[in-house]
Design a protein around this ligand. Sequence first.
Ligand code: SAH
Ligand code: SF4
Ligand code: F3S
Length: 472
Amino acid sequence: MPIAFSVHNYAEEQREYCKKIKKIYEDLFKVQSPVAYVKTYGCQQNVSDSEKYKGMLSEMGFNISENCENANVILFNTCAIRENAENKVFGNIGRIKFLKKKNPNMIVILCGCMTQQQSICEKLKSTYSFIDIVFGTHEAHKFPEIIYNFLNSRELKSPKKYVFLNQDSIFEGAPLKRSSKIKAFVSVMSGCNNFCSYCIVPYVRGRERSREPENIVRECKSLIDSGYKDITLLGQNVNSYGKNLDHNINFPGLLKKLDSFEGEYKLRFMTSHPKDATHELFDTIAKSQHISHHIHLPVQCGSNKVLEKMNRKYTKESYLDIINYARKKIPDVSFTSDIIVGFPGEAYEDFLETVDLIKKVRFSSLFTFIFSPRLGTPAYDLKDEISKEEKTKWLLKLLKVQEKISEEIRSEMVGQKERVLAETYCEDQKYLMCRTDGSIIVKVPSERNFSGEFLDAQIIDHSRESLLGKLI
Ligand code: SAH
Ligand code: SF4
Ligand code: F3S
């Protein structure tokens, strides 16, 4: 059943505001080349959104700087996933206060997932009143309009600071300023319908909505034509792609379309929810030319009791079935995962089941987190008897087990031939930083800069975090 959401086209709605803003800076502020600083927190979705903000700021006439000292506009694109993510943002905006005092014309903007929460907005209003504009994740498509309205109303001394629509939307046609010329993120869908009981994302990003397949195909084709070699499709749960669309298309169907271009390139995607990782998905990967054999499949926990409380809708056994099926179809497939340690009610025995699971699956690496209660989520109110110290001990134990597995996987690769993508070149020390299909870093000595090219490398050694290779 398609869900109602609006699609906004940047070119039709916002370009005029960019021109007006450019003129305000030139005529009113007498600044010919204003500077903008953008700081991004959180996941790849936010990184991708920031590329849009930077693109729009460039169209408004701003130069994007890595330095906030002399910026005319400072934008923080925030994350709310765990308490420490929010604390980092509060720490950094606190430091901006003195810059704002020095330069009152500087515009300080806060957007992203944190600002979608009522309690955060109240805190911002009371404690961080020097912030000029706060807007939520559903307003990204109106960014130039919001800045224009602020610049206009500032003269009237009544800035419109808090802009919230709370209507899910899709943003097409934004002028992206990508951070790499080799690797690109392409958002295929926004929002999430899963409501895992610990997670804030569905509340701050809204319901699941997919982009039209032809828009995604056009964007990927143009990236490949302009030399991009590694494309990551983004969504909170890419495996449910297409559910809200009228067309008869699902995620494997989209992958097949994107696998059909000429030339050598790599197609990745994240994140996959195990409950929606179908046989069709792995069959599609097995038959494809370009889809990476590395899959990020967050399991969160190895105890069925805890998985149920997390509302994950799969069991340890069904997760292992998926892994086994994938390994049968794609023998060189590699997996990475996310783990939450110390969910409320999790006992040491439950935690040991997670340790057992990671030993069985042998992930190439893990992202591990201690449970962080998020206001507004069901898990916030659950009784949590295990202390932070105890949870930290569990986490360290888990990391130790995983470190050994990762090391074994890297050492098994020594002697193998790998097709790697050269990402950057270190001129001084004459080596290339490359990445394997499984996303493992390989340092390859080279007299020449081959950045942006696929190369064959023989793995000759391994260290704690990477591999050493030589060109063949
Ligand atoms: N959509 C993705 C994950 C998005 S959030 C998925 O479903 O896999 C990235 C990771 O943050 C999650 O996989 C989870 O491991 C972690 N996470 C989310 N909420 C958390 C919380 N309240 N406390 C600790 N970790 C959390
Ligand atoms: Fe959060 Fe679960 Fe949605 Fe991932 S699938 S974003 S963990 S609610
Ligand atoms: Fe954080 Fe929002 Fe991503 S909460 S993890 S930036 S979707």
